[in-house]
Design a protein. Structure first.
Length: 399
């Protein structure tokens, strides 16, 4: 069986398992190199593109651009657009679309030549992967979506259908647990195509990394209460996400830490590994004269050293942190259906946040087992094994 895998580090274990069972992996050239380094042979998708296919893809892009209604030429007249936006739409949009359309057409040409028996994606929303999922649908090839994270409801994301993540293209879903299964069923996915396998990003047993060792590894004082603030970035996947809440809350947290007596608490600022704003977080802390550790990596060490996690909104890091029994879990807002997660409230003041932190640090963490099970049903480290079995069952029409 030939399995197309999208390029994601969380699929490394899955690729090894499928290859060990005799299945052939087909994937992007960047992933091929990584797999070859761990002795997993794979088919390079880019090598499936013929010269004729490249020309055909470029001609397709030209045809689509010619067919686009001339309404694009009217857009620059809208008074709300700034000059840069008007220039882009009136003079640059064709060049922008041409490159992307030809790339999408080329991946269709390549995968049509590779002819995988099943497609496995970590995302079925972004243009490239959704194109692959649509190819699978058009050709009767099963497509399994293994989400790279859990998308969590938030009050400022609007009703179902208002966010790009509400688009469901894959034909099967490997779910992390009850919450994620229900989330997708609310968006039209049938229960019979969902299997709660767990997902690779949450694939570990309950652990407790010793606070002293974790703190020492990060250069922190294990004797001081450690507050970790998990920041975010603006979510532009729907119009309601276009606000300055991330900036405002980070400034607020820095002011909160400044309000504590010197050397009474220490702060870790954890940014997302893919966030482009690491340096901005560092500069903001310097401007506020707040001494802290800012990092995009070392998640387990950060959580092991933490006494309190504060997340901006309902983030997956809260679920990760629930595997570390010594942490108190909180967020600025979100997780409305989960009373065990403390919410500071979107209208919280510096004073109210300081008081809440003092209260949280003065008591033992609550039991987060029910919360963890809701979002991550399996925590035995065998999620990739269950996904591999699901992929085989789907390919053999045993789901």
């Amino acid at each position: 069986m030939r399995v197309f895998l999208s390029y994601h580090s969380q699929f490394l274990e899955l690729a090894k398992l499928l290859s060990a069972k005799g299945h052939e992996i087909c994937t992007h050239p960047e992933f091929v190199k990584i797999l070859n380094d761990i002795d997993v042979k794979s088919v390079n998708l880019s090598e499936q593109i013929t010269d004729a296919g490249k020309v055909e893809s470029m001609l397709y892009a030209v045809d689509v651009l010619r067919a686009i209604p001339h309404v694009l030429k009217i857009v620059p007249s809208y008074p709300a657009l700034d000059d840069a936006s008007k220039r882009f739409v009136s003079k640059e949009v064709d060049a922008f679309l041409y490159q992307r359309l030809s790339n999408l057409a080329m991946i269709v040409s390549a995968i049509d030549t590779a002819k995988p028996d099943i497609v496995v994606l970590h995302n079925d929303v972004d243009p490239m992967q959704r194109t692959v999922a649509l190819w699978a649908r058009a050709n009767g090839v099963p497509c399994v979506h293994v989400p790279h994270a859990i998308y969590i409801e938030e009050t400022d994301r609007g009703p179902i259908g208002s966010d790009v993540h509400d688009i469901v293209t894959a034909s099967f879903l490997a779910s992390s647990g009850t919450y994620q299964s229900n989330w997708y069923m609310n968006r039209g996915v049938k229960p019979n195509v969902i299997r709660e396998t767990g997902i690779p990003s949450i694939n570990k047993k309950v652990v407790q990394l010793h606070k002293g060792k974790a703190s020492a590894a990060l250069g922190l004082n294990p004797g001081l209460p450690t507050i970790t603030y998990a920041s975010s970035w603006r979510q532009d996947t729907n119009i309601l996400g276009c606000h300055s809440g991330v900036d405002e809350w980070y400034e607020k947290i820095l002011d909160v830490v400044r309000s504590f007596p010197p050397n009474s608490v220490q702060l870790i600022v954890k940014t997302h590994p893919n966030s482009p704003s690491l340096q901005w977080h560092i500069d903001m802390a310097k401007n506020k004269d707040v001494r802290c550790l800012v990092t995009a990596t070392h998640l387990d060490a950060v959580l092991g050293a933490s006494d309190l996690l504060i997340s901006y909104g309902p983030s997956n890091i809260v679920i990760d942190a629930s595997f570390h029994p010594g942490i108190r879990l909180s967020c600025t807002h979100g997780f409305e259906g989960n009373p065990e997660i403390h919410k500071f409230g979107e209208d919280a003041t510096v004073e109210s946040v300081v008081n809440d932190i003092k209260k949280l640090l003065s008591v033992l963490p609550v039991n987060y087992a029910e919360f963890r099970t809701l979002f991550a049903r399996h925590n035995d480290g065998k999620n990739s094994e269950r996904i591999a079995k699901f992929v085989e069952d789907v390919a053999n029409d045993k789901n």
